[in-house]
Design a protein around this ligand. Structure first.
Ligand SMILES: [Zn+2]
Length: 391
C-alpha cells in the first residue's frame, strides 16, 4: 500500500509541475500533500512573483519549508499539523483525535498575490482570481472545506472508555436527523459527513461546532467533568448543528443571523422534547430562562434594535426567544408552519420570517404586531416580553 501511494503521489507531482503548467498555464491551482505531521501546499499562480499567506496560519507555519517568492509562479507553504482546539470559531486546521483534519478553504488562499507587472490583489477584492484545488484520494473536497480523512457518514471519536455515551450520541444524532427529515422534508443535496470528537485536556467542559455545507464538525472537551444529567447539553448542541443542515445548507440563508441561530436553538430543544430526551417541565423552564435572559439583555441595552444587533448573545438567545414568543402567542404548530413556508424555497432571507407570519391567515393581528415590534423596533423586545408575562 505504501508503494502504491508513493507512486500515486509522484504521479500527481509530475502532472502538477509539468503538464498543468503547459496545458493550462492561465489557471491558478493548489495541490496538497501530507508528509507525517506536515501539510505541504503547492500553489501554481502564473505570472505571480509573491504571495502573502493568510495570517490564520501564522502559528502553524514551518518557515524553513515555506517559499512565498518565485520567478515562475510556483509557491510552497508548509504547515505543522498539530492538534489544538482553540476558542476561536474556526481553527486554522481542525485536527481530530484520530489524526484526520479539516481545512477551511478560505484560509488556504493567499491573503494577497503580487504579479510580475506590480499588480497586487487581495482576497477581499472582487478581482481576486479563482483557484482550482486538485483532487486527491486522501481528502474530500467540499465547497468550503477540505477534509483529510475517510468519507464515512458519521464518526464519533474519543469515547472508547465511555461506550454508553458513545451509543447515546449516535442514537440522538440519528433520531434528531430523522425527526427534522420527517418534519421539514428529506435532504435532497449530498448527505453530510459528520465528525464528533471528544477530547480530555484537563480544562473545562467546552464545546464548539460548525457546519460547512455538508460537513458537520463537533468538538466536545472534557466531558468527564459532566454528570450524566447534564448530557442533554451535548445532545442539544448536536441537535442545534443538525438543524443548520436544513436552515443553511439545504436551504440557503441570507440576511441577519438571529433567524439562522435562533431557530437552531429553538428546534434543538423542541426535537429533544419530541424524542423524549427532555420533559415538558424542563422545556418550559428552558424557554422561561431564554425569555428572561433576552429581556434582561434588552433592558440593559435599551437603544439596541434586535434586527441590527449582531452580538452572539442577541443572535442566539433572543433569536430563540423570538421563536418562543411566537409559540406562546400562538402555538408550536404555527412555528413549524412558518419554517415549512421558509423551506419551500432553496433560499430565504431573515426578513422572510415576518413576511411569512403576515401571510399566515390564522395568526392573530396582535401577534404580528408583537413579533414585528420585537425584531424591528427600539424597545420592542422588552415590550413584547413584558406583555407576554404581564410584567
Ligand atoms: Zn449555530
Amino acid at each position: 500500500m505504501w508503494n502504491i501511494s508513493l507512486v500515486f503521489k509522484t504521479f500527481l507531482f509530475l502532472v502538477f509541475f509539468t503538464c498543468i503548467s503547459s496545458l493550462s498555464a492561465k489557471y491558478n491551482s493548489i495541490l496538497l500533500d501530507k508528509n507525517k505531521d506536515e501539510l505541504i501546499i503547492y500553489y501554481n499562480i502564473p505570472s505571480a512573483n509573491y504571495i502573502e499567506i493568510d495570517s490564520h496560519y501564522d502559528n502553524i507555519l514551518i518557515k524553513g519549508k515555506t517559499f512565498t517568492t518565485s520567478m515562475d509562479g510556483k509557491f510552497k507553504i508548509t504547515l505543522n499539523i498539530k492538534s489544538e482546539v482553540s476558542r476561536e470559531f474556526y481553527d486554522p486546521l481542525r485536527v481530530y483525535s484520530n489524526g484526520e483534519f479539516l481545512l477551511y478553504k478560505d484560509y488556504l488562499l493567499p491573503k494577497t498575490i503580487r504579479y510580475e507587472n506590480g499588480t497586487v490583489v487581495n482576497k477581499i477584492q472582487d478581482t481576486y482570481p479563482n483557484f482550482s484545488i486538485l483532487e486527491n484520494d486522501e481528502y474530500i473536497l467540499g465547497n468550503r472545506y477540505i477534509f483529510w480523512g475517510d468519507e464515512k457518514p458519521i464518526k464519533i471519536l474519543g469515547l472508547e472508555k465511555n461506550r454508553d455515551l458513545k451509543e447515546n450520541i449516535l442514537k440522538v444524532y440519528k433520531e434528531v436527523f430523522n425527526y427534522y427529515s420527517n418534519v421539514f422534508g428529506h435532504i435532497i443535496k449530498k448527505k453530510p459527513v459528520v465528525v464528533i470528537d471528544f477530547t480530555e485536556n484537563g480544562g473545562d467542559f467546552h464545546y464548539k461546532g460548525d457546519v460547512l455545507d455538508d460537513f458537520l464538525s463537533y468538538n466536545v472537551l472534557n466531558v468527564s467533568k459532566l454528570d450524566k444529567g447534564k448530557y442533554h447539553q451535548i445532545y442539544s448542541f448536536i441537535a442545534h448543528e443538525i438543524f443548520h443542515i436544513w436552515n443553511s445548507y439545504e436551504h440557503n440563508h441570507f440576511g441577519k443571523s438571529w433567524l439562522h441561530e435562533g431557530s437552531a436553538e429553538y428546534f434543538s430543544i423542541k426535537s429533544l422534547f419530541k424524542l423524549g430526551y427532555v420533559d415538558a417541565h424542563k422545556v418550559e423552564s428552558i424557554q422561561r430562562a431564554y425569555l428572561n435572559a433576552c429581556y434582561r439583555y434588552y433592558k440593559d441595552n435599551s437603544k439596541k434594535i434586535m434586527n441590527e444587533n449582531n452580538s452572539d448573545f442577541s443572535i442566539y438567545v433572543c433569536g430563540n426567544a423570538l421563536h418562543i414568543l411566537l409559540e406562546k402567542l400562538e402555538n408550536e404548530n404555527i412555528v413549524l408552519d412558518i419554517w415549512k413556508i421558509l423551506f419551500k424555497d432553496s433560499s430565504y432571507n431573515s426578513d422572510d420570517f415576518i413576511y411569512s407570519i403576515k401571510k399566515q391567515p390564522s395568526i392573530k393581528k396582535e401577534t404580528i404586531a408583537r413579533i414585528y415590534d420585537f425584531i424591528y423596533r427600539e424597545g420592542g423586545v422588552v415590550r413584547s416580553i413584558e406583555l407576554l408575562s404581564g410584567k
